[in-house]
Design a binder for this molecule. Structure first.
Ligand SMILES: NC(=O)c1ccc[n+]([C@@H]2O[C@H](COP(=O)([O-])OP(=O)(O)OC[C@H]3O[C@@H](n4cnc5c(N)ncnc54)[C@H](O)[C@@H]3O)[C@@H](O)[C@H]2O)c1
Length: 253
């Protein structure tokens, strides 16, 4: 196993399950020290922490609601206090929307936008000044194919992920001249807590697999290698881009 992240310090948000958990474990396997966080699934977060610790990697776990500026900045400060600096940020925490546009309430709009976009804004802003000072940093924002194309009942989710994609580009331009890379990974359909109800029966699962050239729903471990690649120095000339990892689904639209 290569050690691309030997001694690097990585923050992974939304690491209590799914893509965030797979990413944290993979980073640890390749030598990173970790700050992992999530808002509520404390048991899941502890499971990830234990899995990372079992790999011999240092790991701090914190309960953080990405909608709270104070909590986000507290998390970044705690990572710096423990590890000295933050090299890598993976903004993975996210939520879904399963509501037709005409029925969307203000509260539901705020919930989706605040978790998927404001949280990414808070975390990027909290880590960037020190990354600029050290002239080193990797940021990967987890967006979605649904930030590239629309889907029924997901209008505000589409908007939040499309905005996160453009936020990624905007930050990339604003760190011109620095040895900092800012990119996004846009997963397609992946089996996680977020989506399990979409694959609740065979017919629903078939609906999706019929639209995926790879003829299967993705697993978190299909997405984490793309995130790790963009966090690595091998990808140092990739900047401001969104890497779609969807088994080809977007090609069928
Ligand atoms: N599963 C998919 O098909 C899919 C597809 C495209 C994009 N994504 C994106 O991947 C990312 C990870 O999702 P997942 O599929 O692994 O789902 P998941 O439900 O397993 O993980 C989501 C994580 O985000 C955390 N989270 C949610 N709200 C939060 C908040 N307010 N503050 C802090 N943490 C919060 C959860 O605790 C959890 O750890 C999300 O950004 C999601 O939009 C998922």
């Amino acid at each position: 196993m290569s050690q691309r992240f030997h001694n690097k310090v990585a923050i992974v948000t939304g690491a209590s399950s799914g893509i965030g958990k797979a990413t944290a474990i993979s980073l640890a396997r390749e030598g990173a020290r970790l700050m992992i966080c999530a808002d509520r699934n404390v048991d899941g977060l502890e499971e990830t922490r234990q899995a990372v610790a079992d790999l011999g990697a240092e790991c701090l776990a914190m309960r953080v609601d990405v909608r709270s500026q104070e909590a986000v900045e507290g998390c970044v400060d705690a990572a710096r206090e423990r590890f000295g600096a933050v090299d890598i940020l993976v903004n993975n925490a996210g939520t879904g929307q399963y509501m037709p546009f005409a029925k969307m309430s203000n509260d539901e709009y705020d919930r989706v936008m605040d978790i998927n976009l404001r949280g990414t804004f808070f975390f990027c802003r909290a880590v960037l000044p020190a990354m600029m000072e050290r002239n080193y940093g990797k940021i990967v924002n987890v967006t979605s194919v649904m930030g590239e194309i629309a889907a029924q009942g997901q209008s505000i989710y589409n908007a939040s992920k499309g905005a996160a994609k453009l936020l990624t580009q905007g930050i990339a331009v604003d760190v011109t001249g620095y040895n900092i890379n800012v990119n996004a990974v846009a997963p397609g359909m992946v089996v996680t807590n977020l989506t399990q109800r979409m694959f609740s029966n065979e017919a629903a699962e078939k609906f999706f697999t019929d639209r995926i050239p790879k003829r299967r729903i993705g697993q978190p471990e299909d997405i984490s290698p793309a995130i790790l690649f963009l966090c690595s120095d091998e990808a140092s000339y990739i900047h401001g881009t969104t890497l779609v990892v969807d088994g080809g689904m977007i090609c069928t639209r």
